[in-house]
Design a binder for this molecule. Structure first.
Ligand SMILES: *Cc1c(COP(=O)(O)O)cnc(C)c1O
Length: 414
């Protein structure tokens, strides 16, 4: 693919994505459940189509994401619409398309949705997003379920806000929602949050026509491969313990507390389905030595994959060609950096790597989630290409941008 489409290019595996979906779906079989894939993790239309065909619903955070889901053949009646700042235009569009539920994040938003639905003579199905105020032990930028961040409605306000929702003329109460954060690599916080909210959900169910409880997404993936020789263990990307978080672990944790609620359960995984189904292919342009330090300057930059710069996140990096003699190459420490004019433009610092040469092709692993979707044109770098592998076939699913694309839409002033 690198030879045919050039680099940097994101490459995804259709087989892995569909397999992750099918295994999660099977593990949740004891529950009346709906998997709403969180589109923001990877919103390429080809990926959405794979999941729509597999039966997935979608968790969307903007009108643009709803537009993409519809373009991919997804069913709006299986879409939950999340986000703290939904605009009038987005609310109107979601009402017209008939989404499954608006996941409402504040009292003013609720009033706004009621007004807009009234003006369109439509009814708005809603779930309130409850902030369960628990610590999911993840990075502060991706923790969302404690009372100190902007998401959801505080526990002590929930009963009152449902009461006022019930009085609104154009609102139908259909669910309860929570989401505690992202890249959570233990099962326990998910189970604790459900146990914590269970009495509230039961109480609400006795008063309103609640159909579902959405327990959000946030299931973490393994970014770091074992360094522990011979153990065969994989490590995750923060903390020192060697626990492995699997679909089975997740289901074992959430099924018992969810089952006894007797309502539909919605899950909203993003990263879990696509994160380890993608890599970013990049080529080494230059090897540079500076004092004791050594750098491999690659053709991908922080504009293509911002996670290391934004979250200090770890991505495994492997040479694409790994012949025996290459495996025996001397291991030494090297910084793998991009061409962007920022010191934060790195993929790995002091990483132990086999000797790299100019022209080598590298795969930056675990690039399927929050990779391309966060890419930008910073430094006027065209957005990378995306490709999909399916069995022994592969195809381009998004063309690389050109320099012409960079100025398209720009207007000369009068
Ligand atoms: C981002 C988000 C998700 C998906 O998060 P992942 O960590 O990718 O699973 C699910 N639900 C809501 C409300 C979100 O904001």
């Amino acid at each position: 693919m690198a030879e045919k489409f050039g680099t940097p290019t994101y490459v995804y595996s259709a087989g892995t994505i569909v397999d992750h979906y099918a295994r999660l779906d099977a593990a949740l079989a004891p529950l009346d459940h709906l998997i709403c894939y969180a589109v923001k993790a990877n919103s390429n239309r080809a990926i959405l189509k794979l999941l729509a065909d597999a039966g997935a619903g979608f968790d969307i955070v903007s009108g643009g994401e709803l537009f993409r889901v519809l373009a991919a053949g997804g069913d709006p009646a299986k879409c939950t619409f999340t986000g703290v700042g939904k605009s009038r235009e987005e609310i109107e569009y979601a009402l017209e398309q008939g989404v499954y539920s608006f996941n409402v994040e504040s009292e003013s938003e609720l009033e706004n949705i009621d007004r807009i639905a009234g003006a369109k003579n439509l009814r708005a199905p809603i779930a309130l997003r409850v902030n369960p105020d628990i610590d999911p032990h993840t990075h502060e930028y991706i923790s969302t379920g404690s009372h100190e961040n902007k998401f959801g409605i505080a526990l002590d306000r929930i009963a009152a806000v449902y009461e006022s929702a019930a009085k609104m003329r154009n609102i139908d109460i259909v669910g309860v929602q929570m989401h505690i954060g992202s890249q959570i690599t233990e099962a326990q916080p998910f189970a604790s949050a459900i146990w914590k909210l269970a009495p509230i959900v039961r109480e609400l169910k006795s008063k309103y026509a609640i159909k579902f409880f959405s327990i959000g997404g946030g299931m973490g993936i393994i970014y770091r491969r074992a360094l522990e020789s011979g153990s065969g263990k994989w490590w995750h990307d923060h903390g020192g313990e060697s626990s492995v978080f699997s679909i089975r672990d997740y289901a074992d944790a959430i099924v018992p507390p969810s089952r006894q609620l007797g309502i539909g359960i919605v899950v909203e995984p993003g990263r879990f389905l696509v994160g380890n189904a993608g890599v970013l292919l990049t080529r080494v342009g230059y090897i540079k030595k500076s004092g004791a330090k050594k750098f491999a300057i690659v053709d991908a930059g922080m504009n293509d994959l911002i996670r290391p710069a934004l979250y200090h996140s770890y991505h495994e990096i492997v040479p694409v060609k790994e012949t025996k003699s290459e495996r025996e190459r001397k291991i030494s420490k090297i910084d793998i950096v991009g061409p962007v004019c920022e010191s934060g433009d790195f993929f790995a610092l002091d990483r132990e790597m086999p000797k790299l040469d100019e022209g080598d092709l590298l795969a930056i692993m675990s690039g399927g989630a929050y990779g391309f979707v966060m890419a930008s044109n910073y430094n006027s770098r065209p957005l990378p290409a995306e490709g999909l592998v399916r069995g022994d076939k592969f195809a381009l699913i998004r063309k690389r941008q050109t320099w012409k694309d960079l100025v398209r839409g720009e207007i000369e002033p009068l």
